[in-house]
Design a protein around this ligand. Sequence first.
Ligand SMILES: Nc1nc2c([nH]c(=O)n2[C@H]2C[C@H](O)[C@@H](COP(=O)(O)OP(=O)(O)OP(=O)(O)O)O2)c(=O)[nH]1
Length: 161
Amino acid sequence: MKEYDWAGWQGEIIATLLFVVQGDKILLIEKKRGHGAGKVNGPGGKLDEGESPLACAIRETREELLIEVSDARKVAELWFQMSDYPSICCHVFMGGEYVGEPTETEEAVPFWADLADIPYERMWEDDRHWLPRILKGEILTGKFLFEGEKMISMEIAPARF
Ligand SMILES: Nc1nc2c([nH]c(=O)n2[C@H]2C[C@H](O)[C@@H](COP(=O)(O)OP(=O)(O)OP(=O)(O)O)O2)c(=O)[nH]1
């Protein structure tokens, strides 16, 4: 894997992801449009002006799945440096309580996956390295360098927020 100097790195975009877990299931989406369309991911997107990452994660999940999550907490911060898209600092949240029914929208098709059978082959290449760890309760930072769709550098470390 390639070395990358992250000193002084700043994301051009600040974005969020929110993973809802209930029992042995995780709520995922097939993303219909935007960056990563066609991939499986959690709901999320860019911060609005003046919005906090937590408020953004909850809003994006409301807009994409029509559910209101009430107990989201931050579990990871991921830095994505990409060759073909502005760099993204992504705040990742996890929750388990919500009202509403996960519903398909213009942005996403929701589905529940078994925690033991998450479809990593349909997800971004880095996800298999950090998602299992946050699902076990770890708090992480991750730094990922992409050349197109290919991950060419990865650093993951324990964190506290
Ligand atoms: N799980 C995962 N998510 C990623 C990776 N790279 C990456 O940009 N994302 C997520 C972070 C953001 O939620 C989203 C990209 O942000 P974006 O804000 O540019 O795209 P979007 O079209 O969803 O945004 P929006 O217009 O709805 O606000 O994709 C990755 O490697 N793994």
